[in-house]
Design a binder for this molecule. Structure first.
Ligand code: DQA
Length: 136
């Protein structure tokens, strides 16, 4: 299968910021482990802090599934929501942390309704669980 893993704003700071929440491994470390887990599948990774670049990546995706951690964009980006709704490639929304156990604003996602499903709270394994869902 072909997977596109998209990480949004501030996810490039993983391993550096809020280590108690997001862990000590960098996004590159995590991506390497994801690629190793899906040995035999095609994994593409994209990260951007720019909302429009995330929309463009979704629009251009040539994949069986998109695994999207939009970071804080999750909570307010109607542009990313519309991009997801405009493509046929299914998207699974991902969060490393349990957003429902944190600040109230994180409990709201404007993306979930147009995603195939949501995986959250399993740290870096949220990405793997989300991608595995495409194989069921
Ligand atoms: C996050 C949760 C978001 O609320 C936050 O803004 C992030 C990361 C997560 O992976 O838990 O940047 O998406």
């Amino acid at each position: 299968m072909k997977f596109l893993f998209i990480n949004g704003v501030n996810l490039n700071m993983t391993g550096v910021r809020e280590k108690g929440v997001y862990g000590t491994e960098t996004l590159d470390d995590i991506n390497r482990q994801i690629a190793a887990h899906f040995d035999g599948d095609d994994c593409e990774f994209f990260q951007s802090n720019i909302e429009g670049e995330i929309c463009t990546a979704i629009q251009a995706a040539q994949a069986d599934g998109i695994i999207l951690n939009a970071g804080a964009f999750t909570h307010y980006s109607y542009a990313i929501r519309d991009a997801i709704a405009s493509v046929k490639v299914p998207v699974v929304e991902v969060h490393m942390s349990n957003v429902h156990a944190r600040e109230e604003f994180r409990s709201k996602s404007v993306l979930s309704a147009v995603c195939k499903g949501v995986v959250l709270g399993f740290g870096k394994n949220s990405y793997i669980l989300a991608a595995e869902s495409f194989k069921l």
